[in-house]
Design a protein around this ligand. Structure first.
Ligand SMILES: *[C@@H]1O[C@H](CO)[C@@H](O)[C@H](O)[C@H]1NC(C)=O
Ligand SMILES: *[C@@H]1O[C@H](CO)[C@@H](O)[C@H](O)[C@H]1NC(C)=O
Ligand SMILES: *[C@@H]1O[C@H](CO)[C@@H](O)[C@H](O)[C@H]1NC(C)=O
Ligand SMILES: *[C@@H]1O[C@H](CO)[C@@H](O)[C@H](O)[C@H]1NC(C)=O
Ligand SMILES: *[C@@H]1O[C@H](CO)[C@@H](O)[C@H](O)[C@H]1NC(C)=O
Ligand SMILES: *[C@@H]1O[C@H](CO)[C@@H](O)[C@H](O)[C@H]1NC(C)=O
Ligand SMILES: [Zn+2]
Length: 538
C-alpha cells in the first residue's frame, strides 16, 4: 500500500539498498589489469575497493524513498494504463541518469481483469435462496478511505473464469494432491461442490486444476491465520508483517508461464495464437477471500470433523463438508472477470561494459503489482533505480565502467505468471543463452529487517558469501554484538541446517522473473531480499 511508505517501510529502506549492493558485488568483476592501465579512465586508477566504497557510500535512502513513493502512488496492474505509466517513468528516469541505451519492449498478451462495475462475490444462501451473508468486494482500507484510489481493482484472482455457480462447500486443507486423495478416501464427493482451500503450500493454479479435474464448480482460496497471522488478530499489519483479516490471497491461477496464447514463442504482434479454449487457464470460477470471510463459511460447515492436522488458526472446529449444518444452505460464487488482449511492456536499460560489452550481468524486477505494490515489487525497483543512479554517477565522475555490460530490466505482467520476462527470453533466447553471465532478481527487496535471505544457483554461493562480508551491518545492535557485516547477522540468525557455521543459502525456485532464465536457459540466477524472523512463511 502506498501508505506503507510512511509507516512500516520507512525504517527499512536501508535494507533495500543493501540487498541490491550485495547482489551486485557478487558478480561484478573489476578488471584490475585494465584499471591499472587506466587508459580510458578520466582518473589514473580506480581499484575494486574504491568502486565498492563509492557505491556503498553513494546509495542514498532518501532517493530510494522518493523512487518508492512515486512507484506506489497508483495501482499498476499488468497491461493497464498504470503499468504503462510506470514503464515510461522507469525508462525516462534511466535516460536521465545517463544509461547508454534504454528500450521499451512491448508484447501483445492475454491478461485477466475483474469487472469495474460488478464485483466478484461469495454469498451464503439459505434454503429459500435468500442471502444470509456476502463476502467483501475489496480488502478493508487500513488508512483513511480518502487515501484509496477509486481505481483500486475489486478482489480477484488472475485468469479465474467468469461464472455464477451455486453448491455445497468442501474444505480441502491446502488443496494438495494428498488432500484431495484424503477427501476421496473419506468419502467426501468434491464433484459439484465449491472447494474452500487454504493458500500456502500448493500453487494456486495446481489447486485450481485439481479442483476442476474432480468436477468442482468453483474454488475459494484464503490465507489461514495459523500460516499468516500466528500471533493473533492484534499482531497483524500495520503492527507487524502478518496478514490482517480482510487480506485476500491475490495471484494468478494460470498453470504455464508467459502469455497463455503463445506458449514457447514470443508474443509479438504477428505471432500465431492458439484459441483461448486451448490455453492453460482455469475453466472454473475462483475467488480469494480474507480469513474473516472464510470464518463465516467454515463456522457453518457440516459433515465430518476435519482431522487434527487440517485444523487451522480460526477459533472454530473445521469440518470437511460437503454442505452446511443447515442442510439446505448453499454457497453462491459469482465471478465477473474477463480475459482480454492487451499490451505489456518490459524496460531494458544498458550500461555498456568496457572489456566484454557482449557479456551481460542482468539485474531486474517486475513493474506490475496487484494493487499499489509497495513491498512487491516496488521496494526492489526503488533500490535498483538508486543503484543504477550511483553507477552512472560513478561513471560521470571517474569514467569507470564495469568489465561486462550491466543490463537493468523492468518486467511487465509478472504477477500474471512471469509474462514479460518469459516472452523476452523466448524472443532472445539464442543471444541470451550465450551472453548472460548471471541474472540478479530483486522482486521484494524488503519484507523485514531481520536478515538477508537468498535463493541462488549453487554456482553463485561463494560469490554471495564473499560479497555479503563486505557490506557493513546497518543494524546498530548487531554491530554492538560484534556482528559488523550483513554476512555476520545472516550466519547468526539463519544458519545453514547442515553446516551451521555458514549462512543458509536456499536453492533457486520458480517464484519470480528469474524462472525462465534459470530453468530454460541455464543462466545462474539469484533472488535476494531482507526478510523477517518468521520462518514458516519464509
Ligand atoms: C541524499 O539525497 C538527498 C536528496 O537527493 C540529498 O538532499 C542528501 O544530501 C543526500 N544525502 C547524502 C548523504 O548524499
Ligand atoms: C448470480 O447468482 C445469484 C444466486 O442465484 C444471484 O443472486 C445473482 O443475481 C446472480 N448474478 C448475476 C450477475 O446474475
Ligand atoms: C458426486 O457428485 C456428483 C454430482 O453431484 C454425482 O454425479 C456423482 O455421482 C457423485 N459421485 C459419487 C461417487 O457419489
Ligand atoms: C473468532 O474469530 C472471529 C474471526 O476472526 C472473530 O470475529 C470472533 O470474534 C472470534 N470469536 C471469539 C469468541 O474469539
Ligand atoms: C551523468 O551525466 C549525464 C550527462 O551530463 C547526465 O545527463 C546524467 O544525469 C548524469 N547522471 C548522474 C546519475 O548524475
Ligand atoms: C526492525 O523492525 C522492528 C519491528 O518493526 C523494529 O522494532 C526495529 O527497531 C527494527 N530494527 C532496525 C535496526 O531498524
Ligand atoms: Zn513480485
Amino acid at each position: 500500500m502506498a501508505s506503507d511508505v510512511r509507516c512500516g517501510l520507512s525504517s527499512l529502506l536501508w535494507g533495500a539498498g543493501l540487498v541490491i549492493l550485495v547482489m551486485v558485488f557478487a558478480v561484478i568483476e573489476v578488471p584490475s589489469d585494465v584499471s591499472r592501465r587506466g587508459l580510458q579512465l578520466r582518473r589514473d586508477w580506480i581499484s575494486l575497493t574504491e568502486v565498492e566504497g563509492y557505491v556503498i557510500n553513494g546509495v542514498n535512502a532518501t532517493n530510494i524513498r522518493a523512487f518508492l513513493r512515486h512507484l506506489t502512488l497508483h495501482p499498476h496492474l499488468g497491461g493497464t494504463e498504470g503499468e504503462w505509466q510506470t514503464a515510461h517513468w522507469v525508462a525516462d528516469t534511466w535516460r536521465q541518469q545517463g544509461m547508454d541505451e534504454v528500450h521499451l519492449v512491448p508484447y501483445e498478451v492475454l491478461l485477466s481483469y475483474p469487472s469495474t462495475s460488478m464485483p466478484n462475490k461469495v454469498r451464503l444462501l439459505d434454503g429459500s435462496a435468500r442471502e444470509v451473508w456476502a463476502s467483501a468486494i475489496k480488502q478493508k482500507p487500513l488508512y483513511a478511505p480518502e487515501e484509496f484510489d477509486p481505481d483500486l481493482p475489486f478482489t480477484f484472482n488472475g485468469y479465474a473464469a467468469a461464472g455464477n455457480v451455486t453448491g455445497p462447500v468442501v474444505y480441502a486443507h491446502y488443496g494438495g494432491s494428498k488432500d484431495f486423495a484424503f477427501l476421496a478416501e473419506a468419502g467426501v464427493n468434491v464433484s459439484g461442490s465449491i472447494v474452500l482451500a487454504r493458500y500456502g503450500k500448493a500453487f494456486r493454479a495446481n489447486i485450481a486444476k485439481m479442483a476442476e479435474d474432480q468436477g468442482a464448480r468453483g474454488l475459494l482460496l484464503f490465507s489461514d491465520p495459523s500460516d499468516y497471522a500466528p500471533e493473533g488478530p492484534d499482531f497483524v499489519y500495520p503492527h507487524s508483517y502478518f496478514m490482517p483479516p480482510s487480506a485476500a490471497p491475490f495471484g494468478t491461477t494460470k498453470l504455464v508461464d508467459g502469455d497463455p496464447l503463445t506458449p514457447f514463442y514470443p508474443a509479438v504482434e504477428s505471432a500465431f495464437r492458439i484459441p483461448e479454449e486451448e490455453a492453460a487457464i482455469p475453466k472454473i470460477p475462483i475467488q480469494p477471500i480474507g480469513y474473516n470471510d472464510a470464518y463465516q463459511l467454515l463456522r457453518e460447515l457440516g459433515g465430518a470433523k476435519a482431522p487434527q492436522r487440517w485444523q487451522g488458526g480460526l477459533n472454530i472446529t473445521y469440518h470437511l463438508g460437503p454442505g452446511f449444518r443447515e442442510s439446505d444452505w448453499t454457497v453462491n460464487l459469482e465471478v465477473n472477470n474477463r480475459n482480454t488482449m492487451t499490451t505489456t511492456y518490459n524496460v531494458i536499460g544498458v550500461l555498456q561494459g568496457r572489456e566484454e560489452p557482449d557479456r551481460y550481468v542482468m539485474l531486474g524486477n517486475h513493474l506490475d503489482a496487484w494493487l499499489f505494490g509497495s513491498l512487491d515489487p516496488s521496494s526492489g525497483t526503488a533500490a535498483m533505480m538508486e543503484l543504477s543512479r550511483v553507477f552512472l554517477q560513478l561513471y560521470n565522475e571517474t569514467g569507470w565502467r564495469p568489465r561486462r555490460s550491466l543490463v537493468f530490466c523492468g518486467w511487465g505482467a509478472e504477477e500474471y505468471g512471469l509474462v514479460g520476462s518469459t516472452e523476452w527470453v523466448e524472443q532472445f533466447s539464442t543471444q541470451l543463452s550465450n551472453r548472460v553471465v548471471a541474472y540478479l532478481n530483486v522482486d521484494m527487496a524488503i519484507e523485514g529487517n531481520y536478515t538477508l535471505r537468498t535463493k541462488a544457483a549453487p554456482l553463485l554461493t561463494e560469490a554471495i558469501y564473499e560479497s555479503s562480508k563486505k557490506i557493513p551491518n546497518p543494524d546498530p545492535e548487531e554491530v554492538l554484538a560484534g556482528r559488523t557485516t550483513v554476512y555476520d547477522t545472516w550466519a547468526h540468525r539463519r544458519p545453514d541446517p547442515h553446516e551451521p557455521h555458514l549462512p543458509r543459502m536456499q536453492s533457486i525456485g520458480s517464484g519470480s522473473d528469474y524462472k525462465t532464465l534459470q530453468h530454460n536457459l541455464g543462466v545462474p540466477c539469484l533472488d535476494f531480499r531482507y526478510t523477517h524472523d518468521n520462518v514458516c512463511t519464509a
